[in-house]
Design a protein around this ligand. Structure first.
Ligand code: GZL
Length: 381
């Protein structure tokens, strides 16, 4: 508004000075007159520009003061994967509990419903809104370079949470999990468990997470490395999209195609495991600590640990969704002009029904397992 008034004033000034110029030079020749008018006109334009500049800085001061009067809220845009799993729900809640107005934030949350195009659109909408920070949990790990450059050009720092971006490092920090380590741990635990149980041949079916997500890529890479190391047979692997319905659909198909041929099912998250359990129940396939099939899962959400405690899931490899407090630390460091760590890894545990395998090795490093108790279930996310 202030800028508009200044423009009116400036135009009025230009008109009055131009009129003055013509009247003050009315006695001079027409050339002199036009030169004077031009000089005056230039002067008046300069003065007009100075007036507009003065109003702009006043406007900026006002805007600054306005934003200060808004209580210095830090505006954070969060482009979340979707709402596909218990893990995702916990991740979203973690952010909504940290980035609150009383904590000094204005959180703009967009659930991208596992749609990569929608997620890029969400990030661009944050740029248009000129937010202070952008948090991205990337549905898939590629296709990010262009939009991250747009964020950089707009001067908006990006923090990546949970899944990774593999085609750009143009962001301030990443807070998440080592998915390959999770896959390696699942494989080495399975080897130790099979040895302890006297199971010599493992025929494995895998229900993978969303194809192209770093969680799917990492867990698959890690587990397949161990399967190759011990010469296991992976009969099939299909995408269950990290959902319960996806897990059930894939397992129904597996029960038909591989009836009587498999003794291990790997689900890349708990919700897929819940769906697989339903499908195996319907097909009369027994699983878990007293069943014909060893069932392994990832995430270790509360409901997943309840199934471990009940003996239905043999082992659950945790992926911690509660990253928001660490993301806030990154934002506070950036606010203070500090340079945050580029990578922050979440702490995770490997949960089992009992201590048949109490420890195992991954690449020479001893891994502890945690037997699930009521206290652990009650404390889980
Ligand atoms: C992993 C996360 C995955 C979870 C799933 O960090 O991205 O996505 O394992 C979730 O439950 O859907």
């Amino acid at each position: 508004m202030k800028k508009f008034l200044a423009l009116i004033m400036a135009c009025a000034m230009v008109l009055s000075l131009a009129a003055c110029g013509s009247s003050s030079s009315s006695s001079s020749s027409s050339t002199e007159e036009s030169e004077a008018a031009e000089t005056t006109t230039v002067a008046s334009e300069e003065e007009a520009e100075e007036t507009i500049a003065a109003s702009e800085s006043a406007e900026d001061e006002d805007e600054d003061s306005d934003s200060e009067s808004d209580g210095d809220l830090i505006v954070v845009g969060f482009a979340q994967v979707g709402h596909e799993s218990d893990w995702r729900t916990a991740s979203t809640q973690s952010c909504q509990e940290v980035f609150t107005e009383e904590n000094g934030y204005d959180l703009i949350f967009i659930d991208c419903d596992q749609d990569s195009a929608a997620q890029l659109e969400a990030v661009r909408s944050f740029i248009e809104q000129d937010v202070d920070y952008i948090i991205i949990d990337p549905i898939v790990s590629t296709g990010w370079d262009t939009v991250l450059t747009e964020c950089e050009d707009a001067g908006i720092p990006v923090i990546v949470i949970d899944r990774t971006i593999d085609d750009s490092t143009n962001y301030a920090a990443w807070v998440g999990s080592d998915f390959t380590a999770e896959g390696l741990a699942a494989g080495e635990w399975l080897n130790a468990y099979a040895e302890a149980m006297g199971i010599e041949e493992l025929n494995i079916l895998v229900i993978e997470g969303t194809t192209g997500s770093s969680a799917q890529l990492g867990r698959t890479e890690g587990f397949n490395e161990i399967a190759e190391k011990y010469g296991w047979t992976i009969l099939d692997s299909q995408d269950g999209d990290f959902t319960e319905s996806g897990g059930q659909e894939v397992m129904e198909s597996f029960c038909k195609s591989y009836e009587g041929q498999f003794n291990v099912v790997i689900c890349q998250n708990d919700n897929e495991a819940f769906g697989a359990m339903t499908a195996m129940d319907n097909a009369g396939v027994t699983y878990g600590v007293n069943g014909d099939v060893i069932l392994i899962s990832f995430d270790a959400c509360t409901a997943g640990l309840e199934e471990v405690q009940a003996g239905n899931i043999n082992a659950d490899f945790e992926c911690n969704p509660l990253a928001a407090p660490f993301v806030e630390e990154v934002i506070q460091q950036l606010e203070a002009g500090e340079t945050p760590e580029q990578e922050v890894y979440m702490e995770e545990h490997w949960y089992t029904y009992d201590d048949t395998v109490s420890t195992f090795e991954v690449n020479g490093e001893t891994q502890e397992v945690t037997v699930v108790t009521d206290e652990i279930v009650d404390a889980q996310y």
